[in-house]
Design a protein around this ligand. Sequence first.
Ligand code: AMP
Length: 443
Amino acid sequence: MKETNADSTPSFASFGLHPDLLSSILAAGYTSPTPIQAQALPVVMQGRDVMGAAQTGTGKTAAFSLPILHRLMPFATHSASPARHPVRALILTPTRELADQVGASVKLYCKNTPLRSAVVFGGVDINAQRDELRRGCEILIATPGRLLDHIEQKNVNLSQVGIFVLDEADRMLDMGFLPDLDRIVRLLPKQRQSLLFSATFSPEIRKLATSFLRDPVSIEVAARNATADTVTQRAYAAEGDAKRRAVEHIVRSQQLTQVIVFTNTKLGANRLTRQLERSGFKAAAIHGDKSQLERMKVLDAFKADALEILVATDVAARGLDVAGVPCVINYDLPFNPEDYVHRIGRTGRAGAKGEAIALVSADEQHLWQDIQKLIGSKLKLERLSLPNASSHTARARAPQDEIFYKPYQPSTAKAPTRVTKEKTVASGQKKRFVGVLLGGGYY
Ligand code: AMP
């Protein structure tokens, strides 16, 4: 493998990008390429395979999609015929949210060209996607399961794919997509350009890379498994309910208006969300049990500052690009230490400062050790002094906010807003235990 290094920061124009692409990125306010873009653009434009390691928020999407679009420009046509718009570039992502975000970026970059792009993912009606696919698109962004559904329904033909991108490959493997991936790759022409991006590089990822990349250029913009320098990390010892109180205390005392709190389970996310709502916070959960529409609604509300706290599991949060989240709290420590890196990558993006707080219980000490080993730094476990429990129910708020912030009244139990269908599920140990035993659909 050949290594490349960014030695300067040239302008986008100096790469020779097609003017119709340049105009859209300049309009989007991209003035100069990020380091991964500076490295990847020329290599991908030459048609080389790439194995890319990049932290979240580094501009990786544009790093692969801009040169791909540039390479597709000779095929751009205003013809209405679907036959003139075969799928030429396939981008696979592990989650719906990431597919949606990559799709939005690609649409933005090629808005001044006749190139067509489409996004397909599960959890939403397949018919509208089928119609779009049948009209033809040069760039297809998809999650593996839904793509296979479309392939089975013969809504899409991959025989003319000349460029294949596997985004967030590590997560793809974690989510068990390897068999789906194998099936999809077998349907692609052997002669093609392939790009693989992953935040972390385990031996499994390297094996996957050697199986379908040819003489790839290796591009790495951050030390492996590194956390961004712009993120200040802290860890507090906290047990049981003190974790919830710690979240509330941190949000209140720092007057945070946008926080992502990570839990390990869907049930845990729902429970914590309910508790936070009862304490008067504008909170909502995002996890794999929510429909795609619900997830998008919650995400939009969070981006629009209508929510203060987004409680998320790993799968749902993967790839979320919410600009400027000042703080991420690990309510549960992830079982997989690499998820810690992904989680805290939600803050400190694009050079902005961020804070990552881990709440560590006694039985999570071993997970905390693993995380510290992975990120290569020792973080002292601090004690957080919490206000006593009784002063906790209501938040000091302006009178006009009274209704929303009314403390929870168990006797009337009137609608804390945005309570989910899990309202009907008892929140006791027993249910949680069932979740663990069954193991399925956990996130
Ligand atoms: P990504 O790592 O692809 O998720 O990108 C993170 C964010 O950075 C997205 O909101 C992009 O729109 C933005 N972005 C990507 N490249 C640039 C650039 N060269 N200049 C400014 N913003 C960028």
